[in-house]
Design a protein around this ligand. Structure first.
Ligand SMILES: NC(=O)c1ccc[n+]([C@@H]2O[C@H](COP(=O)([O-])OP(=O)(O)OC[C@H]3O[C@@H](n4cnc5c(N)ncnc54)[C@H](OP(=O)(O)O)[C@@H]3O)[C@@H](O)[C@H]2O)c1
Length: 238
């Protein structure tokens, strides 16, 4: 098995990479030139490093990036700086996901599983989720004012509505954590089909360690994958 991790230099991405190192799984990571990663990761024999920016990758290069990868995990997210939030690329995540899916579809024999790290702020209306009026108002304001949230919504909508459940080549899971926190150790967590509390007024917390553990388990445990395939699980620390 080979996994491709995008956003591998990020706070969650780095922990995802560690999950695969610990499981002895070949992992390709795409990182920008400026990215900082610990030496033991950079020099790890299970890690293959490709340097580049996902938004500048051309078609042929994307083919090369996806070569032999069974699972693709996106932990991409806009840097929390003025430039990262309001500058280009506005659709970092959406553009990466669409480009991956289009490249996969160019070769009929290619099959991938795609895990998208999203947010509890995404409402899966197609599966019947509804927000209260107060939540709707705040979410509309956030979507209007914060381009990264629009990007997350657009990327998830694309997988749900455009790729859907019946695609032979691309299978997906969209993972929705609550407010992300950093804990060194894994801890008990629960995974629910939909939010069990208000995503706006009481989002709950999720440690990046637990998100990375869940995504790694989805990758290696076929029964867990089958349970969540084409779904948008919400993960909360217990
Ligand atoms: N904060 C929260 O409470 C929360 C809650 C739920 C979900 N989320 C979502 O979870 C995701 C990951 O969160 P995180 O905190 O782990 O993110 P993060 O630490 O900010 O990592 C973001 C990753 O994306 C890469 N990236 C950013 N801008 C890029 C660009 N222009 N081109 C190429 N790569 C770029 C970064 O690369 P560099 O290292 O090179 O910058 C990094 O690897 C985000 O989508 C976020 O919206 C966040």
């Amino acid at each position: 098995m080979r996994v491709l991790v995008l956003g591998a230099s990020g706070a969650t991405g780095q922990q995802v990479v560690r999950q695969f190192i610990n499981r002895h799984i070949h992992t390709r990571i795409l990182i920008r030139k400026s990215a900082v990663l610990p030496k033991d990761v950079l020099e790890n024999p299970w890690i293959e490093i490709v340097q580049g920016n996902i938004n500048e990758i051309k078609d042929g290069e994307m083919n090369h990036l996806l070569r032999d990868c069974d699972v693709i995990i996106s932990c991409l997210g806009h840097n929390m700086t003025v430039k990262g939030i309001f500058g280009k690329p506005r659709y970092l995540v959406f553009d990466a996901i669409t480009s991956i899916c289009e490249t996969v579809r160019q070769r009929a024999d290619r099959r991938v599983r795609l895990i998208l790290m999203s947010t509890i702020g995404y409402t899966n209306t197609l599966s019947g989720e509804r927000n209260s009026i107060g939540e709707k108002i705040i979410m509309s304001i956030v979507k209007l004012l914060l381009p990264p949230h629009r990007d997350n919504v657009k990327a998830a909508n694309y997988l749900i509505a455009e790729i859907g459940r019946k695609d032979d080549q691309i299978k997906w899971v969209i993972v929705r954590p609550g407010t992300l926190v950093n804990h060194d150790e894994a801890s008990p967590y629960e995974v629910c089909e939909s939010p069990v509390r208000s995503p706006i007024f009481n989002a709950g917390t999720t440690s990046r360690t637990n998100v990375s553990h869940f995504m790694a388990e989805l990758t290696v445990e076929d029964s867990l994958w089958k349970k969540w395939e084409s779904k948008t699980p919400v993960i909360y620390n217990k």
